[in-house]
Design a protein around this ligand. Structure first.
Ligand SMILES: C[S@@+](CC[C@H](N)C(=O)[O-])C[C@H]1O[C@@H](n2cnc3c(N)ncnc32)[C@H](O)[C@@H]1O
Length: 649
């Protein structure tokens, strides 16, 4: 397969070359009336990715723009980048599975170049532009960046079949992110700006320039003022990580070269606390990987912690940083027991069931995992030769081969006998594909942990490649209409699950192993390696329309929210008619089981509140306002619960 060449010298936005895209009215852009489609050249679909990037880059560079216009252009540029990015995701509408890793690599390189070319300004303008989507599904440059990060993370921590490709893309993605971080170094961390007040009914909308899918406008009853509460819950946050069930691919057997041992530098995993920091020229150098207890515990089980221990595959450097926080990890918060693990009656093995009614947003489970492992640590041992010469299947096999003894070491040598029994009793859907027993259990039960930005310092080693297996967490079965969402809390080193809908006593509680916005075909493909075909309501009743709804719900709701803030709230001729498609989508999302924060559903109260307020429908406005309040408070609590106190480094 051919790699599409990058832009030629002189084609960047600084070159002064004529923009190859239609010119769009600046006023329309600032008002938010211009559509991305209007800005795309007619032959967009036929252009190579590199050419699209070149055109988008040129487009951003049109004229000498300042302030708002520049920011808006940056946002548009980012949106286009996001579109490009989406198109490069394997399995997405126009994603081309084989080309995508290369396209992805090219995009990353080009974006990096754009930053190299100048442009703190670009970064600044983009990130303070109109939106700060956290999944890149239609947001700005910042969104696109996070999206790269996320893809890198998902690929890095994702299926075996993706590992080969991911390893080729990750270094450039990481490089890019590093640049981003550096360029943004002087910018204020917006997690500190948690509240921005605006006058209620002043028609100005929220003052802060930031917007995030997980934000809700919170309307204070006592003051009559609208307040923004940044209630980031299950989505990526600065101090909380979303857990993603890992969609492991199956490994097809393919012969490995006879001299396969020459393709890896075998990783030495040291015993607990026995791998000292290596210091060279006064600097700590990255030493061997270790498997360590969190919290520390002697090997003989004599002082085991009632909250459980995690065997953590990490580096001594990262370990030292974490343990330098006095009192870390904190004890687990106590929550009333409301679940039980028991056999299901539908042949799906064990499952987790509610022992009482559970309300939406209630904590369901807090658990320190048995094991946190890093596939990236293993991948790091592959030589360049391996990455270049081996097929994806061979890389996957090599990963399985190299991982098994390391994971076995953690289970056999380090887990307490009780934890080992529990771990070994977990399901294994990888008995026939060449995975060893322990690796098979890990693949069946691991949740990817997006530690990026959450475990500062861990970024430096395997921030994007960690996964966790837990005693109860790994017993949740899958549904495309999940009941719980989850996060990883660093301060207690726990996986946390909370209800995203009301759960009835006695019913089984499901998580999703796939992306909620994937089509049925994409979901089934991701689930295949788990050895079952999903027959949840959403899969059984799937139609092209429900597929579409899943793909667009989050983007659409964010777009409406932004229109409600920026356009409708200023329109003197606004009528309730604007709500017709919105209310219909809301109804369809409820029917589809997409009535969750992750799907964008929790944005509706704010949209409704703003429109009813503007058209003067007081009763409906009050209704939306109290829902907004309720959801805002609940999400803030969830955030508090899922993200603990930040650590110091
Ligand atoms: C992480 S484990 C979940 C707990 C598992 N049922 C057990 O007995 O321990 C994943 C495995 O559970 C089963 N499973 C999960 N969700 C399922 C579903 N919706 N339908 C059928 N089997 C499912 C599959 O065998 C899958 O490989």
């Amino acid at each position: 397969m051919e790699i599409t060449p990058g832009p030629q010298p002189g084609s960047s936005r600084l070159s002064g070359s004529a923009p190859a895209t239609p010119t769009v009215d600046d006023d329309a852009i600032v008002k938010g009336d211009a559509k991305i489609e209007d800005m795309l050249p007619k032959d967009w679909e036929t252009l190579s990715i590199a050419e699209r990037i070149r055109r988008a880059t040129d487009m951003y560079g049109q004229g000498d723009r300042e302030g708002k216009v520049k920011a808006k252009h940056a946002a548009f540029f980012g949106s286009i980048a996001s579109v490009l990015f989406r198109n490069a995701v394997p399995g997405s509408k126009s994603g081309k599975p084989l080309e995508s890793p290369h396209d992805f690599g090219i995009m990353v390189r080009e974006w990096k170049k754009c930053i190299d070319d100048g442009n703190k300004e670009v970064v600044k303008a983009a990130t303070s532009g109109t939106g700060h989507e956290d999944d890149g599904a239609g947001g700005n440059f910042g969104g696109a960046v996070v999206a790269i990060y996320r893809l890198a993370s998902e690929l890095g921590a994702g299926g075996l079949e993706e590992v080969g490709r991911a390893t080729r893309s990750l270094p450039s993605a990481m490089l890019f992110l590093e640049e981003m971080r550096r360029s943004m170094g002087n910018q204020k961390d917006d997690s500190d700006e948690e509240e921005a007040e605006v006058e209620e009914g002043d028609g100005k909308g929220l003052r802060s320039s930031r917007s995030s899918s997980a934000e809700v406008a919170h309307v204070s009853q006592s003051t009559g003022k609208a307040k923004r509460i940044v209630a980031q819950s299950s989505r990526a946050t600065h101090n909380g990580a979303r857990l993603v069930k890992l969609p492991f691919g199956s490994v097809e057997q393919e012969e490995l070269p006879d001299d396969i041992d020459n393709y890896v530098t075998p990783m030495k995993i040291g015993p607990v606390d026995k791998a000292p920091l290596q210091i060279k020229n006064g600097k700590v150098v990255q030493p061997a990987v270790i498997a360590t207890y969190v919290p520390p515990c002697p090997l003989d089980d004599s002082e085991s912690d009632p909250d459980g221990h995690t065997i953590w595959m990490t580096t001594p450097v990262t370990k030292a940083k974490y343990f330098s926080n006095k009192g870390w990890p904190k004890p687990l918060p106590k929550i009333p027991n409301k679940i039980v693990v028991r056999p299901t009656d539908d042949g799906t093995g064990m499952g987790v069931f509610a022992t009482r009614d559970i309300k939406r947003f209630e904590p369901v489970l807090v658990e320190r995992p048995y094991m946190i492992y890093s596939r990236k640590a293993v991948i790091n041992t592959f030589s360049q030769k391996a990455l270049e010469e081996l097929s994806d299947n061979q890389i996957a096999q090599l990963l399985a081969k190299e991982s098994e003894p390391l994971y076995r070491y953690m289970v056999d040598q380090q887990m307490t006998s009780e934890a080992k029994r529990g771990f070994m009793s977990l399901a294994n859907s990888h008995t026939d594909d060449g995975s060893g027993l322990i690796f098979g259990i890990v693949r069946t039960n691991g949740f990817g942990i997006d530690f990026g930005g959450v475990l500062p310092g861990a970024d430096e080693d395997f921030g994007l490649g960690y996964g966790a297996v837990g005693k109860t967490a790994s017993r949740f079965n899958h549904s495309c209409i999940p009941d719980v969402s989850h996060a990883f809390d660093v301060s207690t080193f726990t996986m946390r699950f909370y209800a995203v809908r009301d759960i009835k006593k006695g019913s089984q509680i499901y998580v999703t192993y796939t992306s909620l916005n994937a089509t049925k075909a994409e979901r089934q493909k991701a689930l295949a390696p788990y050895g079952f075909e999903c027959i949840c309501r959403a899969c059984v009743k799937a139609t092209p329309q429900s597929d579409k709804l899943r793909q667009v719900s989050h983007t659409l709701t964010q777009k409406w929210r932004s229109q409600a803030i920026n356009v409708w709230s200023k329109d003197p001729n606004l009528t309730e008619k604007v709500l017709i498609p919105i209310l219909e989508t809301k109804r369809r999302m409820e029917e589809e089981g997409l009535d969750t924060e992750e799907a964008g559903y929790l944005t509706f109260p704010e949209i409704l509140f703003r429109v009813y307020q503007k058209v003067g429908n007081r009763a409906k406005m009050e209704e939306a306002k109290s829902e907004l309040l309720r959801v805002g408070k609940a999400l803030a609590k969830v955030q508090e619960w899922t993200t603990g106190v930040k650590l110091k480094f």
